[in-house]
Design a protein around this ligand. Structure first.
Ligand code: BES
Ligand code: ZN
Ligand code: MN
Length: 544
């Protein structure tokens, strides 16, 4: 992992193997290009024109400097139209050039001088770290060695425009680095084949991480899960020789304050169980613990960033395989807290393990609960490859999650938790069944989860589309993305910074302020009512 260093030097004077400078659509030079141009004695804007450079985000033109600059090469990088360029474009561009940049030992840049200094600096750090990520642990020879490339990027010099920005830029770089390194840590877990990444292995990684960053961690063994009534986690894992685990992690940053709660789906491999998938449907199913990994990664980042908030995370890990000991369609599982579910399709397993986790977290009376899961192919069908789906019982919480995703460059979109569809998951033998109508599958899954949330405002992120890319894209190599780890980190940072009291007040005002929001909040009020099955009244918590 490279280190980031601040320097108040002109791009013409900085020592680095590669100097990265931005330009915009229409061959418009960005910060630092004029200084470099003067020193090189070449018209760089003219060069962009000659190359027919469009200025697209992440487009590059490479210019040798023949000893006229300390940097041997200038890499000009497109950031789109100047009027729109900001942190999002900086993050995207940095991410896209990552693999090229990784071949140089030291680079210097002014990319972050586009847009608000601190936000763009954070985006730069995140983009470069996400973009230079590689997973070559399973190669006989690591990629670098095989291609005879020099050692990987070790230093990024961030050129300052104004000395006055130094403190804010430094802090933003640190935050970006922690956030992206944590996402990359999640990517390693997700990319690790299920042969090795068993529930026990992931629990051990969680423990190791917790120790390193100073978090409390408890791993529940199968016996403890039996005693604790975690029928979903045990049921889904019953077909595998790799027994389930449940990881509980606590972060304390705000004394006796009510904690917020996080959980994520940790299915280490999803074969579908007896309702087995076809072989192509299984190809990427080692990624079905992406939500769990992202939740662990968020806890790692939170421990390092130390926001003033308390957080509890509880992550179930099970492997969904068919065998003589596997659960069958028609089986009824008893979840943590006593509610039962009829398993009509063993491939709708994520909701079964999350049900236990949500019930368990509800017992802690948290201020809010967030879960993330590679839950349904339907969420992918609805929103495509770039967006996760969010559903929940609290308008303000959903708005905050969407905002965090936007800030992190990991956007999502809301789907309705349409409680009229609750009828589709009614069971004749149990409290609820694990499949609903074929149509609106992401919503059916959301409604199932809602049954197990008792009282706390709750939002559910379906990250089936974003946690993993089946094919390499402009920005990602094939494999895990770490999504939505950075969104969770942003959410928690914002939550801590905005203070709990102002959030509660803002929630009420915003619900009243628009007719649309009011309609939607009626819908979610119904969802909340049904989620507590008309028994337990919604706690009179500050966010209720
Ligand atoms: N893990 C899958 C969802 C998934 C599918 C994630 C494709 C990423 C890519 C989940 O457990 C699943 O199998 N869901 C079923 C639910 C159905 C049986 C009700 C689905 O989406 O088909
Ligand atoms: Zn699954
Ligand atoms: Mn499944």
């Amino acid at each position: 992992m490279p280190t980031f260093e601040l320097q108040a030097a002109s791009p013409a004077d900085v020592t680095a193997d590669l100097l990265i400078l931005p330009y915009f659509k229409g061959h418009v030079p960005g910060p630092g290009v004029r200084e470099a141009q003067k020193a090189i004695g070449e018209d760089l804007a003219g060069l962009l024109k000659e190359h027919r450079a469009s200025g697209r985000i992440g487009e590059t033109v490479s210019v040798p400097t023949f000893g006229r600059l300390k940097a041997r090469t200038v890499l000009l990088v497109g950031l789109g139209p100047e009027s729109e360029a900001g942190p999002a474009a900086v993050r995207r561009a940095a991410q896209k050039i990552g693999p090229r940049v990784a071949k140089f030992k030291s680079v210097a840049t002014t990319l972050h001088q586009v847009g608000p200094a601190a936000e763009s600096a954070r985006a730069l750090a995140e983009g470069l770290l996400l973009g230079t990520y590689r997973f070559d642990r399973y190669k006989e020879r690591p990629i670098d060695e095989a291609s005879q490339q020099p050692q990987e990027l070790s230093k990024v010099t961030v050129l300052l425009k104004r000395a006055g920005d130094e403190k804010a830029v430094k802090e933003a770089l640190r935050r970006g680095q922690i956030s992206a390194e944590s996402a990359n840590w999640a990517r390693d877990l997700v990319n690790t084949p299920a042969l090795d990444a068993t529930p026990e292995y992931l629990a051990r990684q969680a423990q190791k991480m917790a120790k390193e960053v100073g978090l409390q961690c408890r791993v529940w063994t199968p016996d403890e899960l039996r005693k604790g009534g975690f029928g979903g986690v045990l049921g889904v894992g019953a077909g595998s020789v790799n027994a389930p685990r449940f990881v509980e992690i606590t972060y304390k940053g705000a004394g006796g304050a009510t904690p917020i709660a996080l959980t994520g789906k940790g299915v280490t491999f999803d074969s579908g169980g007896l309702s087995i998938k076809d072989s192509s449907g299984m190809e990427t199913m080692k990624d079905d613990m992406g939500g769990g990994a992202a939740t662990l990664a968020a806890m790692r980042a939170i421990a390092l960033l130390k926001p003033k908030v308390n957080v509890i995370a509880a992550i179930p890990f099970s492997e969904n395989l068919p065998s003589g000991s596997a659960i069958r369609p028609g089986d009824v599982l008893r979840h943590r807290g006593g509610k039962t579910s009829e398993v009509l399709n063993t491939d709708a397993e994520g909701r079964l393990i999350l049900a236990d986790a949500l019930a368990f977290l509800s017992e802690k009376k948290p201020a809010l609960i967030l879960d993330c899961a590679t839950l349904t192919g339907a969420a992918m069908v609805a929103l495509g490859r770039d967006l996760w789906a969010v559903m929940g019982t609290d308008r303000r919480l959903i708005a905050d999650v969407l905002k965090a995703g936007e800030e992190a460059g990991e956007p999502g979109w809301e789907l309705p938790l349409w409680t009229e569809y609750r009828r589709h998951i009614e069971s004749s033998v149990a409290d609820v069944k694990n499949t609903g109508d074929r149509w609106g599958g992401a919503i059916m899954a959301g409604l199932f989860l809602a049954e197990f949330v008792d009282g706390a405002p709750w939002a559910h992120l379906d990250v089936a589309s974003t946690a993993f890319t089946e094919r390499a894209t402009e920005y990602w190599p094939r494999g895990a993305t770490g999504s939505p780890a950075r969104t969770l980190v942003r959410f928690v940072e914002d939550y801590a910074a905005n203070g709990s009291g102002s959030r509660a007040r803002a929630s009420k005002t915003s619900a009243r302020s628009s007719a649309k929001a009011a309609t939607r909040s009626r819908t979610t009020a119904r969802a909340r009512k049904s989620s507590s099955a008309g028994r337990a009244k919604t706690r009179s918590g500050r966010r209720a």
